[in-house]
Design a protein around this ligand. Structure first.
Ligand SMILES: [Zn+2]
Ligand SMILES: [Zn+2]
Length: 244
């Protein structure tokens, strides 16, 4: 399988990076993890064929992870998509998706799609299967309102991809990421604590317990981006493709 960091930025466009959107492809899978506001232009710029995407997993409803869906769905309608699409995420995703679509493009949520669109709320701690993709959502800690907030452990084609999403440190990140072939972890700051987010030095204290086979840092603020040359870890960049 391959994972492309279509966008790996934060909510503030730090470093000019696109909002979070990862594209995973394999022999039997083709899905997105998150679809932040700038995802459609980023997908087009990187030549990703949107029609082949079967599934979009959403971690939470912040605009830099969720806000690209109205654009993506409108584009799919106008480009006459026919392939069914599943969008899965936290509780209330059906309501939240309709609200954001209406806010950005009035009546877009009421127009019948040319393609079958299924929106699925995921249960925390349960493994859900979408074709060859097995997804286990874990609760993460990212604020008092606007939740639920999920991180994902995803198994497909004999490999495990784990993604913390946006979160401060929580013990659930240990089973979420343990021994993962690819562990994608938020590292918003280097050592400065920021409420609801993870710093690299906090993550480092727990890496021995998580033991990921490969770690890539994402969602970096300017504080991290200024240190890229001195870090001992792999970091994401827009357009980076990794084999899993
Ligand atoms: Zn974010
Ligand atoms: Zn967030």
């Amino acid at each position: 399988m391959q994972l492309r960091f279509v966008g790996c930025g934060d909510a503030f466009g730090s470093g000019g990076r696109a909002n979070t959107c990862f594209h995973v492809t394999g022999e039997r899978v083709n899905f997105l993890i998150d679809c932040g506001a700038s995802s459609l232009p980023a997908l087009k710029r990187q030549g990703v064929i949107r029609d082949d995407i079967d599934l979009i997993l959403i971690t939470h409803f912040h605009g830099d992870h969720f806000g690209g869906l109205p654009f993506l769905l409108l584009d799919a309608q106008f480009t006459r998509r026919t392939r069914p699409l599943v969008i899965a995420g936290p509780d209330c995703i059906e309501t939240r998706l309709a609200q954001v679509r209406e806010a950005l493009f009035e009546n877009s949520s009421k127009t019948p799609q040319r393609f079958d669109l299924r929106v699925v709320a995921l249960t925390q701690g349960m493994t859900h299967s979408f074709g060859a993709v097995n997804v286990t959502p874990f609760p993460v800690v990212h604020g008092e309102s606007g939740g639920p907030f999920l991180g994902y452990r995803i198994e497909a084609e004999g490999r495990v991809i784990a993604y913390t999403a946006d979160t401060e440190w929580t013990e659930t990140l240990i089973p979420l990421g343990r021994d993962a072939d690819l562990f994608i972890a938020e590292a918003s700051t280097y050592d400065r604590p920021v409420k609801n987010h993870l710093s690299l030095t906090t993550l480092e204290m727990h890496l021995a317990e998580i033991k990921p086979k490969r770690l890539i840092l994402t969602h970096m603020s300017d504080d991290m981006l200024e240190r890229l040359d001195t870090l001992d870890y792999e970091t994401a960049s827009d357009g980076l493709v990794v084999d899993i």
